[in-house]
Design a protein around this ligand. Structure first.
Ligand code: ZN
Length: 461
């Protein structure tokens, strides 16, 4: 043993989400430094309490009785800046909603985005989320260091972040949906993408910040940008992300403009592969599902946003059955004012049953999507997503003996079908970032005040 700080959790119902689906009614997990060093049934082994004598840090013991322990949740798709524009265009479908919001979004800068990112991430973290993927694609002229402000917000909270250098270069005058004032030039995007990777991307196992490149959608970027972003990302060894097959209107746009479905279009541009994940994928035919499976392309399933914008229900059971990596995402806060990944598990299970029947998706599949599924989608399944020896200690401890869930027959159902259980602890890299439902590293009242100020500032511009 190395003498790194050690934490022992005992007595919890442990849902490991390992390949065998191992669960222990009264299990233990031992954390040393940032790593999980033991997991199993019953009390922790005796060696766990032996820290090696004087000079070594004391052991922290957490009584897990009455609690469910799961891997920390992984959010695979967000637009954190939208935290400042919640509650607008409430009854619109995607294209009308975007058209209503582009003018406000084109006035963001690093300062307001930092406040929005802090607010959006705070709520996600309090819902059990230990890893966040943020798709940022609006970069107005002279708006400062927006990506830096998002990275800083994640560092303040202690949450693991995959932030994308997103982009739009197809304005309305060239046939795109966004107004010209909301887009950048292709060349400027590629220079900024390269710069973002060099500044922020950490390829290490414990990385807290990773970068991906993410042209926004087929109706807001050029084919040149898609092609060149893919080439650049592969030369820099970072992942690719975009929106795909979200709505019937997008499909009609692609058929009218390119003579292809969104999947055929993206496939022809080199945008299917095991280094790509795509948000939504609601309208996929059998051929598209087969291509996602053959290529290992990941999907970020965002059921609340899809319901909010009436986009449809993604064929998740078919995707999972075909072997496609699928994770959950909350999507931007302007189309999902909740922003809670914990609640998204329940939404995913219920919505998929509407399409696929009562056995279409189990609660445990929902938990898998929110943990290991998301880890696969972000290319981090070797490091996070399950409770196994050798993985990083990203752990969520949910209280299930309170008024919401006392007496429930299955603790996992408390999380996947019930009201979101209170979050007793959230560990990221072994460090406690939520205790008794509250963030440990920032004052929540300060975050709320910052978000209110930034939202008002943005509305006044
Ligand atoms: Zn999105």
């Amino acid at each position: 043993m190395t003498g790194a700080a050690r934490t022992i959790i005992e007595g919890a119902y442990v849902a490991t989400v390992d390949a065998a689906g191992s669960e222990y009614a009264e299990g233990h997990v031992v954390v040393e430094g940032s790593d999980i060093v033991a997991v199993g049934p019953g009390p922790a082994p005796e060696w766990a309490a032996d820290v090696g004598g004087p000079g070594h840090p004391a052991v922290t013991r957490i009584d897990g009785r009455g609690h469910l322990l799961t891997p920390g949740l992984v959010n695979t798709h967000h637009h954190l800046y939208q935290w400042l524009t919640r509650g607008l265009a409430q009854d619109a479908i995607l294209f009308d909603w975007l058209t209503a919001l582009y003018p406000t979004w084109s006035k963001i800068d690093a300062e307001v985005v930092g406040a929005g990112a802090l607010g959006g991430m705070a709520v996600a973290v309090r819902s059990g989320c230990s890893t966040m993927a943020d798709h940022h694609y609006v970069f107005p002229r002279d708006s400062g260091d927006i990506l830096g402000s998002i990275v800083h917000a994640a560092q303040q909270l202690g949450v693991r972040l995959s932030v994308t250098r997103g982009s739009m270069d197809l304005g309305a005058s060239k046939g795109g949906l966004p107004p010209d004032f909301a887009v950048e030039t292709t060349d400027a995007i590629l220079v900024a993408s390269d710069d973002a990777v060099r500044r922020f991307h950490d390829p290490s196992r414990e990385a807290m910040t990773r970068i991906a490149l993410a042209p926004c959608s087929p109706f807001s970027v050029t084919a040149d940008l898609l092609r060149e972003s893919a080439t650049l990302a592969r030369s820099l060894r970072v992942r690719l992300h975009t929106h795909g097959s979200e709505t019937l209107e997008e499909e009609a746009f692609c058929l009218a403009t390119f003579g292809k479905t969104p999947t055929q279009y993206l496939d022809d541009l080199g945008w299917l592969g095991d280094d790509v994940w795509m948000a939504h994928c609601v309208h996929l035919d059998d051929h598209a599902i087969a291509r996602f499976a053959e290529t290992g392309t990941g999907v970020a399933h965002c059921p609340s946003s899809n319901a909010r914008l009436a986009a449809g229900i993604a064929p998740v059971p078919q995707l999972v059955a075909a072997g496609v990596p699928v994770g959950l995402g909350v999507d931007g806060s302007a189309s999902n004012e909740s922003g809670q990944l914990g609640a998204e598990i329940r939404m995913a299970v219920l919505m998929n049953r509407l399409r696929a029947g009562a056995d279409g998706m189990s609660g445990r599949t929902g938990l898998y999507l929110a943990t290991m599924g998301g880890a696969r989608v972000l290319g981090r399944s070797a490091e996070i997503g399950s409770i196994e020896v050798g993985k990083l200690a990203d752990l969520a401890l949910w209280r299930v003996d309170g008024v919401e869930h006392a007496g429930i027959a299955d603790p996992v159902a408390a999380l996947t079908l019930g009201a979101q259980p209170p979050l007793a602890r959230l560990l990221v890299n072994g460090e406690t970032v939520v205790r008794d439902g509250e963030l440990t590293r920032v004052r929540e009242a300060d975050v709320a005040r910052e978000v209110s100020l930034a939202s008002a500032t943005l509305r006044a511009r």
